[in-house]
Write a protein that binds this ligand. Sequence first.
Ligand code: NAD
Length: 410
Amino acid sequence: MDHEEFANPGGEGELRVRKVTVCGGGNGAQTMVPIATRNLGCPVDVYAPYADEAERLRAGVAAHDGLEVTGAVRATGRPHWVSADPAEVIPGSEVVLLVLPAFAHEGTLRQVLPFLDEGAWVGAMPARGGFDYAAAQVLRVKGRDDVTLFGLQTLPWACRIRDYGQVVDVLGVKKAVDAAARPARQVGQVARLLERMLGLSIGTAASGLALTLANTGQLIHPGIMYAHFAAWDGTPFLTDDVPLFYHGLSQEGARVLAGLSDEVQAIRARLEPALDLSAVRPLKAWLYRSYGDAIADPSTLRSAFVTNRAYAGLKAPVREVSPGQFVPDFRARYLAEDVPFGLAVSRAVAEMAGLETPKVDEVMGWAGAQLGKDYLGRDADEARIPQKYGLHDLEALIAFAAEEGAELNP
Ligand code: NAD
């Protein structure tokens, strides 16, 4: 595929994209479709093989005459084609977006790969930790070095489906998000495309490793779950007592988050002579950059959370155990995704760098106990850590990030 034409380098005119396919049928995917359709002016297909999502999506779109995004972002658009069969939607796509929880990245990439056009771009939104290891290994096994991989540091929106296939509410939107690409020389073009597609500022991260360490979901989600629930005594919450996830952050909770962020900054400092990790921002700096004026009081880390209007009203994840009675949902993504595809990956990098991570270990130990997993020991290989893909020491880790020839497991 001719990306010169596609990304229009150096030109001020329109970016031309022939077709985009969004993989996934959840909150993020349904937000992406109308926004990308409107902003790129090209057909956007959906690959939704999970359960009966393709059917439900088609039915919803037909009933509502398109997908509607409402709230902090507004857009209406129809997916061009929705299918559970990759052969129907992947061919002809210049850009394929995995808008999926991280555990579904590898399997979905394997399903779409046989149908991918030569030179297509495949991106995870968000990438979470270690996407580049898993995806590069899948490409390598199939000999697809023509494919460009990219990842977004986070999803730009807090979004929730109101009516499946019909209406999605966007509760908050970030004003800037970073992206990385592999090969890294493509990152400028990728950022231009994403900027146009999403309608927000896209910064560049120098490598997938920078994105892994810059993943603030790994700090915020397990860190706040720990702060809210590590001392929970088992008494169910009544409806009105379910804690506000962000706005309910305590002083102690903010200290946990600061501790986690400091440990990631120590990894950055240790690796920085060898790699550009400038995208790995301290949590407070990331919050200001992402939310800007939405934060009424930016004076402390805690105030930046509790006065952030993009976080207003968002409750901690709970499940109802009897009418009107709720317990914390420890199976929610905030632990089940953000530990094995987040904290555990950064911790594995710290270990290779010879750094101790006491706060990460404390939160991971607690989170693992809730999930029935020992990510600090026995179950480490279930996380998307570099060692699992054949990167066993700091030298190999840095060489892979710098694209200087470190080989992954076949
Ligand atoms: P979601 O739960 O709405 O969607 C999940 C989708 O993933 C499903 O609809 C399905 O299409 C697919 N899926 C689920 N299980 C699968 C399986 N076993 N195999 C294949 N596909 C499967 O998720 P979302 O809210 O769209 O989030 C997508 C990603 O964005 C996640 O990583 C999430 O942590 C992140 N994120 C979401 C938000 C938000 O507000 N929604 C905000 C920040 C980050």
